[in-house]
Structure formats: C-alpha cells, structure tokens
Write a protein that binds this ligand. Structure first.
Ligand code: SF4
Ligand code: SF4
Length: 190
C-alpha cells in the first residue's frame, strides 16, 4: 500500500545564522568538554602497558600446573578437570607413576588456551589443587600451535608465578575458590 499524503511530514531545513555558520559555538562547546575531562572528571582510561591493570583477586588468566613439595607435577591424572571443562579443551594421557605415593600422573597434559573460555571449572573440579588459573592475562602467540600449552609449559607457568604473591593456591581441598567465596559473601541469589 503506497504511503498516503497525510502520513508524510515535511521537515523545514533550519536556517543557520551568522553565529552558527561561524562554528564558534561548536568550537567553544568542544573546548569546554575537553577542559571538563582534563580537570574535573577522573580518568577512566588506563595507560596500558605503562600502567598495569589492577586485577581482582578472582581474575582467571593463563593456567598453571602446580608442583608438589618434591617438585613433581601434582596432578594425579584423574581426568576430573577434563570432564568438567565445558570447552573440551583439556587433553590428558595418564601413565603409571614410578613413585610409590600415587598410581598415576599425566604423561601428557595439554590445554588449548585459545579454545578455553577461562571459566575456572577445571580448578574447582581438581581434587588435589593441581591446576589453577593465574593472573597472567597478556597471552600472545604467533600460531595456534603455540597456544597449545603442554605439561612442561604449564609447569613453567607455575615456576613463573609461584613467588609472585598474586597467585596463591586458590582452591584448597574442601574449600571453594575465590569466585565462589565472593558469591557466598553476597549471600544466596534471590
Ligand atoms: S577454564 Fe574452563 S574452559 Fe578453560 S580449561 Fe578450565 S574448565 Fe576448560
Ligand atoms: S582434576 Fe587435577 S588431578 Fe585430576 S587430571 Fe585435572 S589437574 Fe590432574
């Protein structure tokens, strides 16, 4: 159905006077806004990378595989993290250990850091606190292959972060991680 004449609203082109045509009001308003942001309003921009972001305690970044008190990989290859992972990005091959204090260890342990959604389910699922997410956020690589973190790489992340003070053991057996702790502090959802 064609548009009826009474449905059309013609707009008159506004007349621009000398003052508007000079652009001075617009320039003055722009300078006013710039000065307000410079002197009155707090900056919301972080000067990254000169200024590092202040991350919350429950920030979930790159994974690490923790070591036990003898420096061995702490993982007992139980597959609970891989089972809990919603992105299906953990691949483990278990093997018999040469050690008397446990049966299995991960012969290979690979996390696809590109497929991961950093949900933290793996660290919540781990019964021995062997896998954790750290505060490392600036993850880069030149290929997809580089972003497949194997056991040695994940252990090296542990070595890199263990003394940083930012990444303490976050999930102790029987205790919830910090994300859950924050939820508990807020009380049950209504
Ligand atoms: S953080 Fe989530 S998505 Fe990433 S490996 Fe762990 S369980 Fe999988
Ligand atoms: S849940 Fe923990 S112990 Fe089990 S396979 Fe994963 S990292 Fe290893």
């Amino acid at each position: 159905m064609p548009i009826q004449e009474h449905e059309i609203h013609w707009i008159e082109e506004p007349e621009i006077g000398f003052w508007e045509a000079s652009l001075l009001p617009g320039i003055a308003a722009g300078i006013r806004t710039t000065l307000r942001h410079m002197f009155r309003e707090p900056s919301v921009t972080q000067e990254y990378p000169e200024v590092k972001p202040d991350l919350p305690a429950n920030y979930r970044g790159v994974h690490r595989l923790n070591r036990d008190d003898q420096g061995r990989v702490k993982c007992v290859a139980c597959f609970l993290c891989a089972t809990a992972c919603p992105a299906n990005c953990i691949e483990i091959v278990a093997a018999e250990t040469p050690w008397p204090d446990r049966d299995k260890y991960p012969e290979t342990f690979v996390i696809d850091e590109l497929r991961c959604i950093y949900c933290g389910m793996c660290e919540e699922a781990c019964p021995v606190d062997a896998i954790e997410l750290t505060s490392i956020y600036d993850l880069t690589g030149k290929s997809r292959q580089e972003m497949l973190f194997d056991r040695e790489k994940l252990l090296s992340v542990y070595d890199e972060t263990v003394d940083s003070g930012k990444d303490p053991i976050r999930t102790r057996s029987g205790e919830l991680g910090p994300a859950s702790t924050l939820l508990e502090a807020k009380g049950p959802a209504t």
